[in-house]
Write a protein that binds this ligand. Structure first.
Ligand code: SAM
Length: 477
């Protein structure tokens, strides 16, 4: 796999391209077909697709393939690659017309041209909200979070009735509030029928993200109420686990169309269990926010290890531990320190009390990615604050009563919540919106979890946490 970062060029591996082409196994056949590959690069996807069509659809006699590519240099490779396989096309007695457009697809697509089939690996890069491009897309009513989602949104408007689109894109659109408008638009305009997740994060060198192949179909029939979910542990797309599930389970309509990716049926059952029985966090009188303190901006990176009247405790991720329930505080050796000046914006001062915290960033390497700690009331301190790399649970901006905080923290540390969050969190970032979309046991159950844990006097480990929490939640079943 090679890359060139100028135009976000990450080329699709051949095996992945062949697999993507094979997803067009159920086309509505006619003798002519129009194909679009926006951001064609060296042509790997378009060429794999045309080979697949020639091998599998003898009825098709005429193929038109429109390729957009912004980089004139790569078009030299593209033309060469097309030339190299021309003999294969000629042998089949099919008329094939490649139309290469050295244009910016986003600004120069033709909206009255429609395609039966679209295949793509679009460029990915955040679109800055104050950029010319964002302003331009705004005037067109097109969402502008990332180049890839803009490519997909435009492509779906160019898809013919009964047409099919297959693309490989980062997983980030499946959750989070940034992509809410995008999800709404694309899910309204066509049916999502397949999701194929690559769990390994280095499918494309230098892009630390999980990638998904998506298939959208523009037709309404009974088959469309199901979504096939496939998950590959390796880079080999032909090796996967598959489950076929009702669309309403995969797409959470009540929660901004968050798209859930289940590795297996057990995960699906756990999610259903939580969603059917749990309640929204606001019904508990609680909320979750991102820590307000940005160290380089608010305190000029000045930390203190000892208390005096001018400082307040600040909780950093360094104070967190998977080995115990409470934070480790104060840390004896801490490159960040335990206190920061109290001379920060009053909005960033939080009244001292019990809080429950989780890290915002979780590299995917640990067996268990997500865990929480309790921040107890730290003696003799009127205020504390939280670093920006932490999400903290609070009761209307104040601390939470001790037993409830214990119940929430234990619940967040269970295997079932790990399974739930793994489905919705695709990148390394656990957003507040993810924790708001999680469902929680109602208050009396959270408190029962807290009490039972206190009375059980058990060693702090995953199996004991699961035991205590599930024992209380058995009434959920
Ligand atoms: C991620 S690469 C994928 C290339 C190819 N489709 C593949 O699968 O190997 C995205 C391609 O889109 C091109 N590109 C980037 N921005 C573009 C734009 N605005 N319009 C057209 N092509 C663009 C890049 O030059 C690059 O070749």
């Amino acid at each position: 796999m090679s890359k060139n970062t100028n135009f976000n060029q990450y080329f699709t591996p051949r095996k992945v391209a062949d697999y993507m082409a094979s997803l067009f196994s159920d086309l509505n056949i006619k003798s002519e077909i129009n194909i679009l590959d926006p951001g064609v690069g060296k042509g790997i996807l378009a060429i794999s697709l045309i080979k697949y069509i020639l091998d599998n659809y003898s009825e098709i006699k005429k193929i038109k393939c429109v390729c957009y590519e912004i980089d004139p240099l790569i078009i030299i490779d593209l033309k060469k690659n097309i030339n190299d396989i021309k003999f294969h096309f000629l042998e089949n007695n099919v008329s094939i017309n490649f139309e290469i457009r050295n244009k910016d697809f986003i600004r120069e697509y033709t909206d009255n041209e429609k395609y039966d089939v679209i295949i793509s690996n679009p460029p990915y890069e955040k679109i800055k909200s104050n950029s010319d491009l964002a302003r331009y897309l705004n005037t067109k009513g097109i969402s502008h979070i990332n180049l890839y989602s803009t490519f997909i949104e435009i492509s779906l408007t160019l898809l013919q009735e009964n047409g099919t689109l297959v693309s490989i894109i980062p997983r980030s659109f499946t959750n989070g509030s940034y992509f809410t408008e995008f999800r709404k638009k694309v899910l309204e305009s066509s049916s999502l029928t397949l999701l194929h997740l690559f769990k390994s994060r280095n499918l494309f060198q230098g892009v630390l993200q999980e990638f998904l192949i998506v298939k959208f179909e523009k037709q309404i029939n009974s088959r469309m109420s199901l979504i096939t979910t496939r998950v590959s542990e390796s880079h080999d797309p032909f090796k996967y686990n598959e489950i076929i599930i009702d669309k309403d389970i995969v797409i959470d309509k009540e929660n901004n169309n968050v798209i859930k990716i289940f590795n297996n049926y057990r995960e699906m059952q756990v999610t259903n269990f939580i969603e059917k029985n749990g309640v929204n966090i606001n019904l508990l009188g609680l909320s979750v926010s991102t820590g307000p303190l940005v160290d380089f901006r608010d305190i000029d990176n000045k930390f203190y290890n000892y208390k005096d009247s001018d400082v307040i405790p600040c909780i950093f991720t360094e104070h967190m531990s998977q080995e115990q329930l409470e934070i480790i505080w104060p840390l004896k050796t801490n490159k960040k320190g335990n206190y920061v000046t109290r001379n920060i914006s009053p909005k960033k001062l939080k009244v001292s009390g019990n809080y429950v915290i989780m890290k915002r960033f979780s590299p995917n390497k640990n067996n268990k990615r997500f865990y929480s700690n309790i921040v107890p009331s730290i003696e003799d301190n009127e205020y504390i604050t939280f670093d920006n790399k932490i999400n903290y649970f609070h009761a209307n901006n104040k601390g939470i009563d001790g037993i409830t905080a214990l119940g929430i923290s234990l619940y967040l540390n269970t295997s079932m919540v790990e399974i739930y969050l793994n489905q919705i969190v695709g990148n390394t970032q656990l957003n507040c919106s993810d924790l708001k979309s999680l469902k929680y046991p109602e208050l009396k159950l959270l408190r029962a979890i807290g009490f039972n844990w206190q009375n059980a006097n058990m060693t702090y480990n995953l199996s004991n946490i699961d035991k205590v929490v599930l024992n209380v939640l058995k009434i959920w079943e």
